[in-house]
Design a protein around this ligand. Structure first.
Ligand SMILES: [Zn+2]
Length: 431
């Protein structure tokens, strides 16, 4: 493993002193240059890190309301790059970077990748989408910074990925977890084996994924799976990433200051509590973000990590506050369903939740496929075959127990649950 950077192993007092100095600079920069921040923050004083909790938060809707450039703190001519995320409705959210911001991005991304085992001279296959989405270029730039050889394969076109992985034999793969599984499954259907690609490590992100999914990915490719976290509003991937201990994601907290708030009230929660991650950019110049509500549900810890890094760590994302389903009064994240389903060997790791709100009480149907070996043993797919009836009953009970909600489990014919060549759609609303 590559040794951590000096800033990743700073002692607590030195880290906090650096954070406070940068926070004061970031707030001053934002107030001086952006009307939105001036109106909200001009009267506030930040004397300690704790004072941050008194500042107002901002949300994705603030980006939409100031579309496209209203939150920028530098003139257009000083922007080196623009990215945007496809809004689910209407206008996208636009983010900008100065040349210095891009440099910070490369640095934090390179740190996250080094923590996952990437080394100069290794070849990295990038299966994240390129373009306005930050995934592809984020990994690309970080890998170049580390001195890796990059294969900018982008997303989509599964057959081409398989060809390149087999022929180029990269050391590492990065992709969304759902697309990576789709690649492995397609390869297997062709008589290939993901474990024979010679991958030494893989990095996944851009959608929430569980320990169950980690197991499925590690079985599929025969190499450790690392979680890398980020969002375009803050910088892109590289905000946090797992080290070899894989006991939480190290946040680059010399650039991004994390807090956890109650998603309903917005008030700061005590250390270790689960809630919504709020991030403040400490060094970003083009578009400073002060207390941005990410919508991602997690916990934070300052406990020492055995890798030696002293940065704050966040747990794997449990879900997004706006992905939370309320079914019959029970709060549910799709990841809670995934955790149970992927622990069952007789199922393939593809699933979809169908929420039917046509009646007064919403109903939840979970669609999943039995593993190919089971279907074969049954002499083909027939949902009324005793083996499949028993499997359905057993998984249905296990799931209902785990999430505390009665659900309808449907076993689907092989390869009928939609596969993703980008970000997976886990929840479909019906009615
Ligand atoms: Zn660590």
């Amino acid at each position: 493993m590559t040794a951590p950077a000096a800033v990743e192993i700073l002692g607590r007092r030195a880290r906090e002193a650096l954070q406070l100095e940068r926070l004061q600079g970031a707030v001053a920069w934002a107030v001086e240059r952006v009307a939105f921040h001036r109106e909200r923050l001009a009267s506030r004083r930040v004397r300690t890190l704790d004072d941050l909790a008194d500042l107002p938060t901002m949300r994705k809707s603030d980006l939409r309301e100031h579309y496209p450039f209203g939150l920028f703190a530098v003139p257009r001519g000083e922007l080196a790059r623009l990215h945007a995320s496809s809004g689910t409705k209407g206008k996208p959210t636009v983010v900008g970077y100065t040349a210095g911001d891009l440099d910070v991005w490369r640095e934090v991304m390179a740190r996250a990748m080094a923590a996952a085992g990437c080394r100069a001279g290794d070849t990295l296959h990038v299966a994240f989408g390129y373009g306005l989405f930050t995934g592809g270029l984020g990994f690309h730039d970080g890998a170049e910074r580390l001195g890796m050889t990059v294969v900018p394969a982008s997303s989509g076109n599964t057959a081409r990925h398989i060809l390149l992985l087999q022929d180029f034999r990269p050391a590492g793969l990065c992709a969304t977890p759902s697309f990576a599984l789709h690649i492995a499954e397609t390869l297997e259907a062709q008589g290939g084996d993901g474990r024979r690609l010679g991958l030494r490590y893989a990095m996944y992100g851009a959608e929430p994924w569980t320990e169950g999914m980690r197991g499925a990915l590690e079985r599929a490719f025969g190499c450790p799976a690392y979680d890398v976290y980020g969002l375009s509003e803050i910088i892109g991937p590289g905000v946090a990433g797992e080290c070899e201990a894989r006991d939480g994601l190290h946040i680059a907290d010399d650039h991004f200051l994390p807090e956890i708030v109650d998603p309903r009230t917005g008030s700061v929660l005590p250390a270790g509590a689960e809630g919504e991650l709020v991030l403040t950019t400490l060094t970003k110049r083009a578009m400073p973000m002060i207390r941005y509500r990410t919508g991602d549900i997690t916990t934070l810890t300052d406990a020492p990590c055995r890798c030696g890094r002293t940065t704050a760590r966040m747990a794997r994302i449990k879900g997004r506050s706006d992905d939370m389903l309320v079914i019959k009064g029970v709060n549910l994240y799709p990841s809670e369903v995934e955790g149970t389903l992927l622990a069952v060997d007789e199922l393939v790791p593809h699933y979809q939740l169908v929420v039917d709100r046509s009646s007064t009480l919403a109903r939840l149907e979970v669609q999943v496929e039995p593993a190919a070996a089971i279907v074969e043993a049954c002499g083909g797919f027939d949902a009324s075959h005793p083996t499949l009836v028993e499997l359905r009953r057993r998984v249905g009970e296990r799931l209902s127990r785990a999430i505390g909600l009665s659900i309808e489990l449907t076993l689907m014919a092989p390869r009928t649950v939609p596969r993703s060549e980008g970000k997976a759609v886990r929840v479909v609303e019906k009615g």
